[in-house]
Design a protein around this ligand. Structure first.
Ligand code: ARG
Ligand code: ZN
Length: 419
């Protein structure tokens, strides 16, 4: 019956609760990480920093979780008493919005809600049709499950004459980070439908890839809201029980040396070899093909309000550390200038130092290691004590897109000076 069908969704979250936790000393941070391993906690925002984190706790572990926090003197607050019903409610809101936007016949990409893959691809196709002189839609490959992985190339001259620096931005490698893809489609909009910075359009060629991991992305809508990895099952024996590889541990840089797992069931499973995933191969091939002129590469994630740069596997600085930091701070200032009072200010720094954990095989490290001078991970805004939703409330999508674009603008302009 209908009721059973409706309830079948999100059933893996029956009885789960979510909590805000705020570790304030280094020791508390460490204890929280250990507790995370012991109780199999699912952190939806960086657990390892001194900012508050949001964490999902399964029913069996809630009592011990709360007890442990109290004995460690770590402050916490219940965020959602019933994760499943919060997700169900969110679905209803999404469905209503989808219905009403269908009614009003949206042609352009709506930013009042998160969009399914078909809407994003329809938008990219529409832009390619409307701007045939500057835009080309490319299908780079098919995902593990056979969905196209698509990006737009934007150039006011001829992309093929290789005359300008390239800016490459990707999103959606971690599928549950829903705020990432819209910031990339917003960049498409700002370079086609609504150009307010003509220098950016004229002085660079652009590659914009909103959804690196379409299988995971769709799976977060149809099945498991907090799915992070790809959905591949071919690379490992236990993969039919635990599909998927963490795309951001699968790049060939210090691969699987730190901050990764060999267990296919882990959310940070590195895969059985570097670039085992077609999704990361696509990003690799774009980077390699245009390496000589990629001035700036940004991979967009959430949450944390952070701009991160190499090296994330060991916390050391690259030969271009000063340039990375200077441009990072300039981008963060531009974003903060447009931010809302209830959003945290951006933090800029080396990935491993800011996150307080090391992780090898990530995209920005790989890009920098092969020679991209400016390579960053953006962690978009997501949370702050009590005043935002279970994930970033859809009412903030447009705000985040606008402010993030300001960061891209400054990064692009500064990249030209250094290039
Ligand atoms: N949240 C991202 C992740 O854990 C951050 C990656 C930062 N980059 C790095 N090289 N560790 O995948
Ligand atoms: Zn991520």
């Amino acid at each position: 019956t209908l009721l059973v069908l409706a309830n079948a969704k999100h059933e893996e979250y029956i009885g789960w609760k979510s909590y805000y936790v705020g570790a304030s000393t280094q020791e508390q941070v460490k204890s929280l990480i250990d507790l995370g391993d012991k109780l199999d906690l699912d952190f939806l925002s960086p657990a390892h920093t001194h900012r508050e984190a949001l964490v999902l706790v399964q029913p069996e572990h809630q009592e011990e979780f709360v007890k442990s926090l109290e004995s460690l003197d770590i402050k916490y607050m219940t965020h959602t008493d019933n994760v499943k019903s919060a997700l169900d409610q969110e679905d209803e809101v999404i469905e209503e919005w989808t219905r009403s936007s269908a009614r009003s016949g949206f042609r352009s990409m709506p930013y009042n809600n998160y969009q399914r893959l078909d809407v994003i691809y329809a938008y990219m196709q529409d832009i390619a049709n409307r701007f045939p002189n500057t835009v080309r839609l490319v299908t780079a490959a098919n995902s593990f499950q056979g969905r196209p992985i698509r990006y737009l190339r934007i150039s006011t001259t001829n992309f093929e004459d290789h005359s300008k620096p390239v800016i490459f931005i990707d999103g959606g490698i971690h599928s549950r980070e829903w705020i990432s893809p819209p910031t990339v489609t917003w960049a498409i909009r700002k370079l086609t439908e609504d150009v307010t910075e003509p220098d950016l359009l004229n002085n660079y060629d652009w590659i914009l890839l909103p959804v690196v991991n379409p299988d995971g992305y769709e799976f977060t809508f149809t099945n498991t809201r907090f799915w992070r990895k790809t959905r591949s099952t071919n690379t490992h024996s236990s993969s039919s029980i635990c599909p998927g590889v963490d795309g951001n541990r699968n790049y060939d840089f210090a691969w699987n040396t730190v901050g990764t797992s060999n267990s296919p069931c882990s959310d940070i499973y590195a895969g059985d070899r570097p670039f085992s995933e077609v999704e990361t191969q696509v990003v690799r091939d774009i980077l390699q093909e245009h390496l000589a002129r990629i001035a700036l590469y940004i991979t967009v994630h959430s949450y944390g309000s952070m701009i991160l740069y190499p090296w994330g596997h060991d916390g050391s600085l690259s030969h271009n550390g000063l340039g990375l930091h200077t441009v990072g701070v300039a981008m963060a200032n531009a974003i903060d200038a447009l931010s809302l009072p209830n959003f945290p200010r951006y933090v800029v720094g080396n990935s491993a130092l800011v996150l307080n954990y090391r992780a090898a095989g990530a995209a920005e490290d790989y890009a920098h290691s092969i020679g991209v001078p400016l390579a960053y991970t953006y962690e978009l805004p997501g949370l702050s004590w009590g005043n935002q939703g279970f994930h970033l409330d859809p009412r903030y999508i447009e705000q985040v897109c606008r402010e993030t674009w300001a960061g891209f603008v400054v990064g692009a302009r500064r990249a030209a000076e250094l290039f």
